[in-house]
Write a protein that binds this ligand. Structure first.
Ligand code: 6PG
Length: 241
């Protein structure tokens, strides 16, 4: 079954954050209503930050939420580039209990080991016999069309034998190594909220919505699956402008 997809266009970055927070809150409330818990996987990057802050200002049954990460940079949690650290700061106002957060070990010397441990953690939290289907996942898209830490031309988007993968550093781009959920896990999230802001994203969003090789445009891999995909763009990132 395919949960379908839709595109919402916000007038500007502020409206994008308001809409994103509202969609996140709805997905969280619906999951808690249906299953008693909402499992959320967060992306990093600059775009979702304000949405996370706005979400944290809302009143939700936070004790029934569980927070995971879509990807993480190979840095310690208190490093300015840590996705976990950034999201925790953005969500601080919600006062979510500490034991509701499940971070990737970006600081691990053995990233492949950290990926295996995160996979085991996911299997344990979701139940070994169940599929790892997040209730809500936020995603972004890079100017090079990467999503999560699945970068173009690396084959990473084709990894299908694991839930979590270690991604080598790209020194030519100044990027550290990463940990990332793999495409099959991303695809199966119940609500996928892909946020893109700014004119530099317009071409890649357009490419990602067209079928073609996912290794060239990894964001194509978010499409399909049982869940619902929402492209939430600001006017500058939307094709129609
Ligand atoms: C990260 C991400 C990454 C991000 C895109 C878009 O760790 O950087 O999770 O996949 O979503 O790079 O980032 P921006 O929101 O900063 O454009």
């Amino acid at each position: 079954m395919n949960g379908g997809e839709e595109t919402l266009v916000a007038a500007d970055a502020a409206e994008l954050a308001i809409l994103a927070a509202e969609l996140m809150a709805r997905a969280i409330a619906a999951a808690i209503e249906a299953r008693g818990v909402a499992r959320i996987a967060l992306s990093g990057g600059g775009t979702p930050s304000e949405a996370y802050r706005r979400l944290a200002a809302l009143s939700l049954p936070w004790a029934q939420t569980e927070w995971f990460w879509v990807d993480e940079r190979a840095v310690a949690p208190d490093h300015p580039r840590s996705n976990h650290g950034a999201a925790r700061r953005d969500l601080a106002a919600a006062r979510i209990p500490e034991d509701r957060f499940f971070r990737m070990e970006g600081e691990a010397a053995d990233l492949a080991g950290a990926a295996s441990r995160y996979e085991a953690l996911l299997r344990a939290r979701f139940g070994v016999a169940s599929a790892v289907a997040f209730d809500l996942m936020t995603l972004g898209i890079g100017d090079d069309a990467h999503t999560a830490s699945l970068f173009p031309g690396t084959g990473a988007v084709g990894i299908a034998d694991r839930l979590v993968a270690a991604i080598p550093a790209q020194p030519d781009k100044g990027l550290e190594a990463r940990l990332t959920l793999t495409a099959p896990v991303i695809r199966e999230a119940r609500v996928k909220l892909l946020l893109a802001r700014g004119a530099s994203k317009r071409a890649v969003v357009e490419q990602a919505k067209r079928p073609g090789p996912a290794d060239e445009v990894p964001a194509r891999a978010v499409r399909g699956g049982a869940g619902r995909l929402v492209w939430l763009l600001d006017a500058a990132a939307a094709q129609a402008g």
